[in-house]
Ligand binder design. Sequence first.
Ligand code: ATP
Ligand code: MG
Length: 263
Amino acid sequence: METWIPPDHPRRESLLIREKLVEGFREGIVVPQGLIAHGRGECFDYLIGERTIEPARKAIKASAALLLLARRPVISVNGNTAALVPEDLIKLSRELGAPLEVNLFYRTRERAERIARKLAMLGAPRVLGVDDVVEGVPGLSSERRLVSREGILVADVVLVALEDGDRTEALKRIGKKVIAIDLNPLSRTARAADITIVDNVVRAVPLLVEEIKILKNRSREELEEILKSYDNNKVLGEALLHIKRRLEEISLTLMGSGSTIAT
Ligand code: ATP
Ligand code: MG
C-alpha cells in the first residue's frame, strides 16, 4: 500500500499520512469531505513548519491539566482521527479512564459502527456514540445533534479534533469545556474552544498522552495553577505570530539570495 512512496522522498511523512486517509476512505471510515478538510489542515501545517510549536506545547500542558481535573472527560472521535491516530486515541482513553465517543458531522449508522468496530478491534476499552445516542446538542440540525447519553451529553470536558465551528460553539452553549486540536488558528473552532492545540493530530495526540503521564501525580492545586496561568487567546495570537515571523524570515532569505533569469 505504502511502498510506492520512495523512502527518500522529501515529503514522505506527509504522503504517508495521506495514504492513511485514503485507506480510511476505502474502508468507509473517512468521507470525501474529510479528505478536503485534511487538505486545509495540511496547508496550515506547511505554514507552521510541520512541527509542534511552543504555543501548542503550552496548550497541550493545559489540556492535560484540564483532562486530569475533569469529572467526566470524553474523547470525541471522527473519521479522520480514527484513520490517522486510532492507537494514540486509545492510549489517551486508557490513561484518563475516559471513553471514546464516535461523533460524526456526516453521520450514518454504518459509518459510526465501522469506526466503533475499528477502535474496539484495536483494543479500545469503551466506545460510545453508536446505539446510545440522543439529540443532545440544541441549535444544530438533527444528525449533528446526536451525542451519547453516557458520553458527551453528561461530560464536563470534551476533546475534539477537526471539529466544525458550529458544533464547537453549540457544545460551549450547553456548558461543556472544549479542548480542540486544530491546525488553523483562525477557524471558528480554534476561537470558540477553551483550549486550542494548534498542531497536527498525528503529533499532538501522542504528546498529550506523554504530558498526562507526567502530570498524573500532581496535586489538584498544581493542576489548577497550570490552568490559571493559561490564556487561549494569547496562545492563538502566538501561533499566528509564529506563522507571520516564519513567512517574513523565508521571504527575506529568498529576496536576499536573488534569482534572475540568465539570458
Ligand atoms: P470552522 O468550522 O471551525 O470555522 P472550517 O470550516 O474551516 O473550520 P472544518 O472543515 O469545519 O474547517 O474543520 C476542519 C478543521 O480541521 C480545519 O480547521 C483544518 O485546518 C483542521 N485539520 C485538518 N486536518 C488536521 C489535522 N491532521 N490535524 C489537526 N487539524 C486538522
Ligand atoms: Mg466548519
